[in-house]
Each structure stands twice: as C-alpha cells, then as structure tokens.
Design a protein around this ligand. Structure first.
Ligand code: RP5
Length: 164
C-alpha cells in the first residue's frame, strides 16, 4: 500500500488557501496525500526531487496549483507519466486567466488535465483524482456513487427551498 496516493503541489504558499479545498475533498474520500510548495521558476531542482520521490513512492496522481505564468503542472507532466491535474490560481491582475492559459495550452503528447480557476477547480481536481484512482479501487467507486447522490440531494433541497 502506498503511503500517499496523491501529491498536491503548489507554486507558492500564497496558493494554499485555494488548494486546501483539494486536501479537504481527498480527506473526505479517505485518499492519502501529501501537500507541499515547489516552484517551477524559483526552485526547479526541488520540483525535480519531489517528482523523483513521487515515482519512487508509487503515487497515482499529481494535483498542481499555480498562478501567473503557471508552468509547474506542465513541467511535472514533462518529467512524469503519472496523470497531472492542474488548477489555475487567481493570484495576479489577470485574475487567473494567465494561469488558465499557461496550464491548459500544453503541446501534443504532454497533457495536463486542467480544471476551472480557483476553488471550484481545486475541488474538482480532487474529485477527478479520486475518479482516476477508482479505476482500480471498487471501494472508491462506491464512495463516488455516494458523493454523486449527495449532490442530487443538495439540489433537491435547494429546489424545495426556492419553491417554498
Ligand atoms: C506563482 O506565482 C504561484 O503559484 C503564485 O500563484 C504566484 C505568486 O506567488 P508569490 O509571489 O505569492 O509567492 O508562481
């Protein structure tokens, strides 16, 4: 059994409040993760070391949040065949559009599964990671079914409230 199934990386500690949403969802699903900071531009050697450690540990998915000229997810995808899920962070005057385009516009052959900007994306990154891991884990499939049912119940409750 791997110690961590998911590695959450972010470009700066200023991204942490957004990426906490990823950690919270993984915790709900009982998926083990580690979360840390590494910058593609400011600490490239640290990024490479963390990728090597993830390979050695048999990690299943990288979830990577970064803002501005967000190259972190792409660099990890360049060094690894483990699926990379990218979360563009709204940390500049361009409100995350810079990070979205930098994360999503990968060249053919090196995909990054790019989520929405900000907390919605951080949440979905975790759900997608669980879906990827569930391809080999029937217990996670059951948890995803429960999760989807909880979304349905939430909408029913909201509809009843609005209908009065
Ligand atoms: C990116 O630059 C980080 O991911 C962060 O979103 C942004 C700003 O970083 P700080 O200057 O706050 O460390 O690399």
């Amino acid at each position: 059994m791997n110690k961590w199934q998911v590695v959450i990386l972010m470009g700066s500690d200023s991204d942490a409040s957004v990426m906490q949403a990823t950690a919270d969802v993984l915790t709900k699903f009982g998926v083990g993760y580690t979360m840390t900071v590494a910058s593609a531009h400011r600490s490239p050697d640290r990024v490479k070391r963390l990728i090597d450690e993830a390979h050695a540990g048999g990690v299943g998915v990288f979830i990577v949040g970064a803002g501005a000229a967000a190259h972190l997810a792409g660099v990890i995808a360049a060094h690894s065949s483990i699926p990379v899920v990218g979360v563009p962070i709204d940390s500049t005057a361009l409100k995350g559009m810079d990070a979205l385009l930098a994360t999503v516009q990968m060249p053919p052959g090196v995909p990054v599964a790019t989520m929405a900007i900000g907390k919605a994306g951080a949440t979905n990154a975790a759900v997608l990671a669980v879906q990827i891991l569930a391809t080999g884990d029937a217990a996670l499939v059951d948890k995803l079914t429960e999760y989807k049912a909880s979304l349905v119940a939430k909408v029913e409750k909201a509809a009843a409230k609005v209908e009065g």
